[in-house]
Design a protein around this ligand. Sequence first.
Ligand SMILES: *[C@@H]1O[C@H](CO)[C@@H](O)[C@H](O)[C@H]1NC(C)=O
Ligand SMILES: *[C@@H]1O[C@H](CO)[C@@H](O)[C@H](O)[C@H]1NC(C)=O
Ligand SMILES: *[C@@H]1O[C@H](CO)[C@@H](O)[C@H](O)[C@H]1NC(C)=O
Length: 628
Amino acid sequence: MRLAELRRGWMLIIGVFLLFMLAGLFSAKNGRKTASRTTSGGTSWLSSNWLSFSQNTDTITKHPITTLMKDAKVAFTKHLARQSKTLPEAVAEYKSRYGRGPPRGFDHWWEFAKERDFKLVDEFDAIDEDLAPFWTLSGEELRRRTYLLGHLPSITLVRIQDGNVSDVPIDKAYVDTELGYRSRGFRELLENFLDKLPNMDLAINAKAEGRVLVPWEHLQFPNFTLQDTSDDMKKMLDGFTPDWEGLGGVWEAYRYTCPPGTPARQLYGSYRDPNVGKPNARLGNSQVSDDPFAFVKSVDDEYDFCENPWAHYAQGHFFSDWRTIPVLSPVFSPSKAKGFADIRIPSHYYLGPSASYTYAYDRFTEHVHVNEIDDMEVPWDRKRDIIFWRGATTGGGSTPPGFTPAYQRHRFVRMAHESTTNNVTIVHALPSRPDTFISTTVPAQEINNDIMDAAFVSAVGEYPGGEEELRKVHRFAASVPLGKHWSYKYLIDLDGMSYSARFMAFLASDSAVLKSTVYKEFFSDWIQPWLHYIPVSSTYSEIYNIHAYFSGPSASTMAAANVAVPGTADWEAVKQERDAQLRQIAKAGKQWKQTIGRRADMEVYVYRLCLEYARLSADDRDAMSFVL
Ligand SMILES: *[C@@H]1O[C@H](CO)[C@@H](O)[C@H](O)[C@H]1NC(C)=O
Ligand SMILES: *[C@@H]1O[C@H](CO)[C@@H](O)[C@H](O)[C@H]1NC(C)=O
Ligand SMILES: *[C@@H]1O[C@H](CO)[C@@H](O)[C@H](O)[C@H]1NC(C)=O
């Protein structure tokens, strides 16, 4: 009796909360990033049903996805072509971008990059962005903070000294749960240029999550007043516990990184009236009903949570159990969400080989795998037109508890579930007029059956109502080896506790990668959405229409549109052309992985980062600069 009551209570809380959240997501989706969002152009097309771009025979090229793909290709080609060709050019480009000369050792770095045929020699804005706040600290203070960081749980102090690199053993107040794979991965990346590096210490994050959230007031330029001092750092260390211990949470800390006056800084400003500006707001149990025909130009790694605080409920990392560090301090992490002050380095998972994160893992090993079929290249024509995802319920912590249902993976798995009760609007071409698109309302159940195969394979962490409740509303299926993923044309990559480390393997796989993320990684500026992968918004609402574009209307869409499949030559040609476009994305992704996402490229990145960091750590930064 009590249990049932408790459960009803939970469901009510979840229900009310989801309504608020979805309303928020919807209204924000319409307003956000307008400059970078492409829509169909018409404002009221949903009510007009027909979406005719024009009567010309070439109207197919007017689909927003065609344009996005074309623009992406042009942008990336230009990007590649404008890279510096010589060291003096690279130095000049550096100076014009960052207003100072490059760090000492830049010439050796340049040779190293050239030897490895590194393509994007000028594209290191990520390093400049991550290191910018640390120019306000002296070298001495930076070294001091690094040393203090080494005493925190799940931070490994890595020391580069006279051409050697090692972890510095430090007695910590808390026994660490992490095993130091991340610092080992980092040390491995240095092997090929270690003898060229100046001495320095670096604080490597042993966790996947970002660690540093500095209040906005402490990070103002150029007036930075060093409001957090070494004393603050020491004070923080004295009281530091690995988890929140019931006091605060990531979102509480995050809010203070926002500029004063933004909605996130208002104590009670987190919820949005669900009906503001949305007279016909549809509050369903899924994200898909609102804006199914708006495609994002890029992933949501610039999404402004300060302006849209309600949206934080949809991302698990704001509920992480790990305490963040509130003082400006140089922590090297595999990814960062906007607002975090971590410094990006490549994830150790990308160095492989490992069964969970490496494409063609078996071929790296000496022995023949028991079941070779698990990891076979699948020819494109044998891949299925299905959007595939398998994973654990990983995706955040439980500080505070009760919000798990809205985390990124849970939302996706529920949306793709075969018992979802809403309808989806599909915009698709017709066999009789392949150059014209119409919209058809299709029951989500049916289209999910046609094109979605998403399930959890294991449950970790809490869920309101317990695991029984979790399993009731989410699909669970048997675990699938990474190699089995290649049987599907569409692989969607979703964030977990932090960035998703499967991205590199997915790119290499000859399947097309759909990616939704709020994190930036070291390579974020190097990869081109809509060329190497398909970016998907945080609500995933456009994913059905991405599929409808490339793979054509599914059986249930055709049935709902009441159209027979005639199999005319025109229609087949159009379908093949679209399929070829999808395959092009798969191929370009693989090409990217083999030419820009290699281990060598990660080494080039880390080499340059180390030179920059050595200069920052120095007492005399000018003396550590490169002069041509
Ligand atoms: C580097 O480490 C190796 C092995 O631990 C040691 O033999 C060598 O002397 C060290 N080199 C320097 C310059 O410290
Ligand atoms: C920087 O300092 C100047 C002079 O003290 C002051 O007028 C200005 O408002 C400050 N800017 C910021 C962003 O705090
Ligand atoms: C879905 O569409 C059908 C047919 O148009 C309609 O009867 C039904 O009410 C819709 N369901 C929802 C949840 O909107």
